[in-house]
Design a protein around this ligand. Structure first.
Ligand code: ADP
Length: 397
């Protein structure tokens, strides 16, 4: 069975076509500048050949039409007709408290997601546009929504309630939701397979370290805590996001810099993180290079980032009363040998011992802890699209 996976952003969209008989990638691609001059689709075939086509796409429906045309192209497509595609899986950012698992989309689901727009004003609207456009184009084929927040709906109340007047939770549902759930769930499943254990018997800490970054404490296969919160701004130091700060800083800066809440939001989301501290870049590769050349602030940015991850790891081990394995995933987690080594340095007291030779690896599913490490360290490349396709298939069956 073939499943098309769609991840719709405000002016871009990513897609993958997967053959679920062997979980193989049949085609993938990216549409950029939707609704802007110079819109372009980059389609990648099974063999990796790239076909770049500049074509006007005034909205997401036209973009999705181009995607379907690329997939069914006579020469470079992956299928002969859309009939071969069984269903479409959509990545959706926010489902509030409504869904704790993926769902088959119908009018009620769309209405529920529209209600969640205030919780994710930048992400849910383009996700919804993509879903509606696809439902029109895919004439009756099932569409499935897979949510970033769903996996974390198992968190106990003490993990998701903020110490604010309780009425704000009741009135506005201000609480921790957590994100990257599809990624955390995928790597947790792979970790259990790698360790040859039932996930129900495992305490895992998943470190999704990319441009956006979050940790999840996963006990018995269920998320029991996570570092992102009401929005993806809380928690770890990220490429451009501040993560945890003293909330009093906001009022202080507004007063002393004479800036409004919009500018504060912009500063915390786009000008902070390792970019803000280093003044160099939001990309860890640039910061690594600058630090190696002796840039003190680049080195400081890395130290601040690593210390935060370490604190969360130890905190989550405490919350679960132990940890069997720590997983590294996403761009930085999969590729940065130095960051992985520095993050776990100092955690020897809780039975964590890295093997530096085994850690000298990128982007491959493997164990990087020493043979006598009580806690296993795992490198697991994430695959959110495969997880979305698997959920979609499961709901069809
Ligand atoms: P997102 O999906 O959140 O945009 P990714 O998971 O693709 O992010 O991760 C992107 C980040 O991974 C880059 O910003 C970069 O900092 C980091 N990264 C990728 N490769 C390396 C590497 N070899 N060394 C250090 N960092 C890396």
């Amino acid at each position: 069975m073939k499943i098309l996976v769609i991840n719709c952003g405000s002016s871009s969209l990513k897609y993958q076509l997967l053959n679920m008989e062997n979980e193989a990638l049949m085609a993938s691609g990216l549409v950029e500048r939707i609704g802007i001059d110079g819109s372009v689709i980059t389609h990648k075939t099974e063999s990796g050949e790239k076909i770049v086509k500049e074509v006007a796409m005034k909205d997401h429906k036209e973009a999705l039409n181009q995607v379907l045309a690329a997939i069914t192209d006579e020469n470079t497509g992956a299928v002969q007709s859309l009939d071969e595609i069984a269903a479409i899986g959509h990545r959706v950012v926010h489902a509030g408290e409504k869904y704790s698992a993926s769902v088959l989309i119908d009018d009620d689901v769309i209405a529920a997601l529209e209600e969640c727009v205030p919780l994710a004003p930048l992400h849910n609207p383009p996700n919804l546009i993509g879903i509606k456009a696809m439902m029109e184009l895919a004439n009756g084929k099932p569409n499935v929504a897979v949510f970033d927040t769903a996996f974390h709906q198992t968190m106990p109340k003490e993990a998701f309630v903020y110490a604010l007047p309780y009425e704000y939770y009741e009135k506005y549902k201000v609480r921790r939701y957590g994100f990257h759930g599809t990624s955390h769930r995928y790597v947790a499943g792979r970790a259990a397979a790698m360790l040859g254990k039932d996930i129900k018997d495992l305490k895992l800490i998943s470190c999704h370290l990319g441009n956006g970054a979050s940790l999840a404490a996963i006990d018995g296969g269920k998320s029991v805590d996570t570092s992102m919160g009401f929005t993806p701004l809380e928690g770890l130091v990220m490429g451009t996001r501040a993560g945890d700060i003293d909330p009093a800083i906001i009022g202080f800066l507004m007063e002393n810099e004479n800036i409004d809440i919009k500018e504060i939001d912009n500063i915390l989301n786009k000008k902070s993180g390792v970019l803000g501290v280093s003044g160099v870049s939001s990309d860890f590769r640039d910061i690594d290079n600058a630090a190696e050349e002796g840039n003190e602030r680049a080195k400081l940015a890395l130290d601040v980032f690593r210390r935060r991850v370490k604190k969360y790891i130890a905190g989550y081990a405490a919350v679960m009363g132990g940890v069997d394995a720590i997983i590294f995933t996403a761009g930085l987690g999969e590729n940065s040998i130095g960051d992985r080594a520095e993050i776990v340095k100092g955690l020897e007291f809780m039975g964590v011992k890295i093997d530096n030779a085994k850690n000298d690896v990128r982007g491959k599913e493997t164990v990087i802890s020493a043979d006598d490490s009580k806690v296993k360290l795992l490198l697991i490349p994430t695959n959110e699209e495969l997880m979305i396709a698997k959920d979609t298939l499961e709901l069809l069956q």
